[in-house]
Design a protein around this ligand. Sequence first.
Ligand code: G3P
Ligand code: MG
Length: 250
Amino acid sequence: MDTSFNIDAPLIIAHRGANVDAPENTLIAIELAAQQGATWIEVDLHLTADRRIIVIHDETLNRTTNGKGRVLDQSLAQLQQLDAGSWFANEFVGEQLPTLEQLIKLLDQFKLNVNLEIKADAGMEGETSEVTAKILQQHWPVNKSLPLISSFSTLALESMQHSAPHLPRGLLLEKWETNSAALATKLDCVTVNLSRHYVDAGSIDSIKALNKKIMIYTVNEPTQARELFNMGVDAIFTDCPGYMISAMQE
Ligand code: G3P
Ligand code: MG
């Protein structure tokens, strides 16, 4: 398998879209990120009761929609009735939770690269990855750069490795620990994505020694972004892509 994975470092990835200016993980937030100059976005995926994939961060609907309860307990049709914008600001009333299929269309339209983060409820890791892989197989445009699939869940990444081995994988961790190198190698990940709270020169060196890219979440301060890039970090996830992109050009 060709495990080469290229990004133009230093790369700024819009975390959940331009989520400081628009409701996170919605199509409008992604479109806005593109308008602000982002070339990469990150979004979070969840499985629905009828085994479809929807873009939302939390396991429950409570924080970012006008619904309540678990995403996994509702069908796509029910989820599409919900408002995913009004919690953020009145001007976003009517924004829906995007399906993975709708997301793919928008990414294609705006020529955006994507990091799809699989957020699997306990026990649903395998199925969430399998359904995601199937939708990508059916809908991902032939000539488009492949999505980077990441997860905190080892089970979800293992399932992806099995269902869609050609898709590049990212090992999502809070902290680089003694067993992390073995895990990243076993899962054949092309990136390691760490929290800004724990990254240090030692972890960056270890990841680089494995010939994997290193991405850091979530960085909203240009001073910190500069420092990380100078230390050899390849990409950062930020909530404010427009601000960060112009700051990095100064
Ligand atoms: O993928 C980086 C980052 O999105 C991981 O944390 O909670 O924002 O999904 P979270
Ligand atoms: Mg995420």
